[in-house]
Design a protein around this ligand. Structure first.
Ligand SMILES: NC(=O)C1=CN([C@@H]2O[C@H](COP(=O)(O)OP(=O)(O)OC[C@H]3O[C@@H](n4cnc5c(N)ncnc54)[C@H](OP(=O)(O)O)[C@@H]3O)[C@@H](O)[C@H]2O)C=CC1
Ligand SMILES: O=C(O)C1=N[C@H](C(=O)O)C[C@H](O)C1
Length: 267
């Protein structure tokens, strides 16, 4: 499968280049950065620390997409929406790991998925997607006397909050409880907040150092507390998940898919 990595110079971009080079049956067909990036013209393999792959970093995505099978995209919301339109034109698989997408961005991805196979997830690791299933089940089992709080910590460079994973886990909890996250979500608390509203799903965000990604969902009840956690130790887990998603989507019809489809975790 011929894959293009966009955002090639980023933390995830370099991981994705390595994951594609290591994956059986995959070749790196292109590496894209934004115009003006100092990475332009450099060899993508060298950029990723694995030696030359003969693929120079370019700022012309469409010229690479037209002869590719898929694009791996862990960039930024505006870039992802633009790449989705190009991937749809080229009729290729678009794996979206980018987080912090607005409701309008999501609508535009949905429109692109009429022509492209899009796999989107706030977390491409096996562990987090398994955890989401557990959270759904626990939330469905426990009543509202158990308060649900989602806690996440990431490295100091992360720009969006709550993390895509925290929102994915919050959605799983809301689904388990059969409520809408939009109506129960509390993402900030400061000052005199008043008592906790029964049924709310709270989010707390920590940022610092080089933390790859820590997430916990806490079910706090009368006299007892259940905590379900995941700790990412290496970004390679996300990159390998993204390559797996592209391979899975290769022969699927156009549509918007999630990692639960890829991993066969949908109930
Ligand atoms: N779903 C998952 O499993 C995971 C998701 N993520 C998400 O992936 C995203 C990227 O994370 P991370 O790698 O840490 O961030 P980085 O900032 O390190 O990387 C993003 C890269 O994308 C580039 N980029 C931005 N806009 C464009 C554009 N228009 N054209 C080409 N390249 C562009 C950036 O370039 P420049 O620096 O010049 O802006 C940068 O090199 C985030 O949203 C993060 O939350 C991260 C890990 C796992
Ligand atoms: O920005 C990151 O680094 C990560 N982002 C994703 C998120 O927002 O949940 C996934 C992972 O936790 C790392």
């Amino acid at each position: 499968m011929k894959l293009v990595v966009v955002g090639a110079e980023g933390r995830m971009g370099r991981m994705l280049i390595r994951a594609v080079a290591e994956a059986e049956g995959c070749t790196l067909h292109g590496a894209i950065e934004r115009p003006g990036s100092p990475a332009l013209g450099q060899d993508a393999g060298r950029l990723a620390g694995i030696g030359d792959l003969g693929v120079p970093v370019s700022d012309d995505p469409l010229s690479r997409f037209v002869a590719a099978d898929g694009v791996l995209d862990f960039t930024a919301p505006a870039a992802t929406v633009a790449f989705a339109e190009l991937a749809a034109q080229a009729r290729i698989v678009h794996v979206v790991g980018t987080t912090g997408l607005s409701a309008d961005d999501l609508k535009r991805l949905e429109a692109a998925s009429y022509h492209a196979r899009i796999v989107r997830s706030g977390n491409m690791s096996l562990g987090v997607n398994l955890l989401a299933g557990l959270v759904r089940k626990v939330a469905a089992t426990l009543g509202e006397e158990f308060d649900i709080e989602v806690l996440e910590m990431h490295h100091r460079m992360k720009v969006d909050a709550p993390s895509g994973t925290a929102l994915l886990l919050g959605e799983a909890a809301a689904e388990g409880r059969r409520v809408a996250l939009a109506e129960t979500r509390v993402s900030t608390r400061d000052g005199h907040t008043g008592a906790r509203r029964p049924g709310d799903i709270g989010f707390a965000t920590l940022r610092g150092g080089s933390v790859v990604g820590d997430h916990s969902v806490i079910f706090a009840g009368p006299s007892e507390r259940i905590t379900l956690s995941h700790h990412a130790e290496d970004r390679a887990i996300f990159a390998r998940g993204a390559v797996r998603a592209a391979q899975w989507a290769f022969d699927k019809p156009p549509g918007l898919y999630g990692m639960d489809d890829v991993l066969g975790l949908r109930d």
